[in-house]
Design a protein around this ligand. Structure first.
Ligand SMILES: Cc1cc2nc3c(=O)[nH]c(=O)nc-3n(C[C@H](O)[C@H](O)[C@H](O)COP(=O)(O)OP(=O)(O)OC[C@H]3O[C@@H](n4cnc5c(N)ncnc54)[C@H](O)[C@@H]3O)c2cc1C
Length: 391
């Protein structure tokens, strides 16, 4: 951990550091510079100070005893009153890791109503469910959830904590990690236990060109976020039994924010949850043909995904990209139009139940993974399908 220090004997109150700071983190007090909580330790003031009065010190932290941490926790996120699928996927992975480590698997549920949800989490692999229920948790807010999760962690000392890489998971996990002072790996695509019992957290790095494996050997819990659609849930088993542990909502916990209304943004895509998907590649020929794709998607109730070159060409937005550096999808039916089937693309569609591929090249790699193969012009097929579904 580091700390910004201002040597009062050297500071002459010139104010150069105040002007150099982009975060309003320095003010003057009795003619001497003082630092406030806005400081992000960027070091610009250190370089700008003409009196060499400012320095950043590394404070070595006392080594924490991590030997008594145990158990794997999964944060089961609730949105719009429903458990998100990514929680079940993480429980599937967590179950395998817990079996390997011979430890317990706990689902953490912060919600306003929770009994039925807790049972579902046990059916999905959890040994126990830690519940904090309160009307204030009807809508999840980071400030409340961070404090509740940190209290739970400090009281129970888990070894591993997993979050879905949802908007909320991506927001709350770093807050928890910072407050507990442990490590966090975002957007993992693979989780394994190594021979020392550490969590190996693998994620694409440098634009997906390499896969980096990260460990957190010195602090606990070892924390990771995982995108939806990457891990497999286990089969729902209603004979499973588990313990439900209620944790009281901290009585003094207050929130500064009030959610007045939640509106679903239609343009917010969750490709990972789509049941029917049309995925379009460069073979679609032009941006204007994307209108035909959207027309068919509306007719059959499908979402639209694209290969990376379409995003690069500006024919579609990144949120539609499927593949190694885009979304991992698991629809029941995927119609692939004019996609070659490069390995980086296939990395995102391998969990689709049925793939129907259209390509003019009979040897296109996509035909090696699809269930139905149509060697044809995809624009013609698209127009025919629109006519059929219109009728
Ligand atoms: C680090 C890295 C990460 C990457 N991540 C991703 C990723 O997340 N997602 C992704 O998709 N790609 C990704 N790529 C790019 C990937 O390697 C391929 O370049 C890309 O998937 C190719 O897209 P495509 O199939 O649409 O285009 P192309 O490879 O150009 O293929 C077009 C296909 O359309 C066919 N075709 C042409 N005309 C027609 C027609 N009229 N009707 C039917 N078929 C037709 C052609 O036969 C061809 O098979 C990544 C690459 C790298 C290096």
């Amino acid at each position: 951990m580091a700390n910004l220090t201002i040597n009062k004997d050297l500071c002459n109150g010139c104010g150069v550091c105040i002007n150099s700071c982009g975060n309003n983190a320095i003010t003057l007090d009795n003619g001497k510079a003082i630092v406030n909580e806005n400081c992000i330790l960027c070091g610009i003031c250190v370089d700008s100070c003409p009196c060499n009065a400012i320095s950043i010190e590394n404070i070595s932290q006392p080594t924490k005893d991590i030997s008594n941490s145990s158990g794997i926790w999964v944060f089961a996120e609730v949105s719009q009153g429903k458990l998100l699928p990514v929680g079940f996927e993480l429980l599937g992975k967590g179950r395998a890791l817990a079996n390997q480590k011979k430890c317990s698997l706990t689902a953490v549920l912060l919600s306003h109503s929770s009994e039925a949800m807790a049972k579902e989490l046990i059916y999905a692999g959890a040994d126990d469910v830690l519940i904090c229920a309160d009307k204030d948790l009807h809508d999840l807010r980071e400030e409340l959830c961070t404090t509740i999760l940190c209290n739970m962690i400090m009281a129970r000392n888990p070894e591993i904590l997993l979050f879905g890489a949802t908007a909320f998971g991506r927001s709350v996990a770093p807050r928890v990690a910072a407050r507990i002072q442990t490590g966090l790996t975002a957007d993992c695509t693979m989780l394994e236990i190594d021979d020392k019992g550490l969590l190996r957290q693998t994620r694409p790095a440098f634009g997906g060109n390499i896969m980096a494996t990260i460990i957190c050997p010195k602090t606990r819990p070892q924390m990771a976020t995982v995108r939806s659609g990457i891990m497999e849930p286990i089969h729902r088993d209603t004979t499973r039994i588990g313990k439900i542990v209620r944790v009281p909502f901290p009585s003094k916990l207050k929130t500064k924010t009030k959610i007045m209304e939640t509106r679903l943004n239609k343009s917010t895509l969750n490709l990972a949850d789509a049941k029917a998907l049309i995925v379009v590649g460069k073979g679609i020929g032009s941006k204007k043909n994307m209108a035909l794709v959207n027309q068919l998607a509306d007719l059959i109730g499908a979402s639209v995904g694209v290969s990376r070159p379409l995003v690069d060409a500006g024919w579609s937005e990144y949120k539609h990209q499927v593949g190694q550096t885009g979304a991992t999808v698991a629809p029941k039916v995927l119609i692939s139009l004019g996609v070659s089937g490069a390995i980086q693309h296939l990395a995102g569609i391998y969990r689709a139940e049925k793939i129907i591929a259209v390509n003019t090249d009979p040897d296109a790699p996509i035909f090696g993974v699809c269930h139905y193969k149509i060697v044809a012009d995809c624009v013609e097929i698209l127009k025919e399908l629109i006519e059929i579904y219109k009728k």
